[in-house]
Design a protein around this ligand. Structure first.
Ligand SMILES: [Zn+2]
Length: 129
């Protein structure tokens, strides 16, 4: 079972570590193929928090978002195929990952990227080394 609302709440928890918030955002938005197309700019907006003192919205910097995304992969929270335009869940992290018998059906954005790079699509879900 995949508790999408639970993960979305974690993504919005201001004092949770950044890599956990990035991964939680992906876990809370994932569809059947384990790919969550999001740019770093999308992530910065999705991870905005309210400054409880001033009531103003605060977006993390693009540098922070990029570092958090890379750390989420390094910690194994996201798959090695994660990049600046798509968050990829590691294989086996959700029972919802069922797309015609294969959890390794890349999104269109990743397919175009792998085609350009000559990489194998199934490597996208490989856990980080
Ligand atoms: Zn993708």
């Amino acid at each position: 079972m995949h508790m999408l609302d639970h993960w979305r709440d974690i993504a919005r928890t201001p004092d949770a570590p950044g890599p956990v918030r990035v991964a939680a955002m992906a876990y809370g938005a994932v569809t059947g193929n384990g790919h969550v197309p999001r740019t770093d700019s999308d992530l910065a907006e999705a991870l905005e928090i309210v400054n409880t003192r001033t009531g103003e919205l605060f977006s993390p910097s693009m540098a922070s978002v990029k570092r958090w995304r890379k750390d989420a992969v390094r910690y194994g929270l996201l798959g090695a195929g994660t990049w600046g335009r798509c968050l990829v869940l590691p294989a086996g992290v959700s029972t919802n990952l069922k797309v015609k018998g294969s959890p390794h059906v890349a999104c269109l954005i990743c397919r175009n990227r792998t085609r350009q790079q000559g990489a194998r699509v199934q490597d996208l879900h490989r856990p980080a080394a």
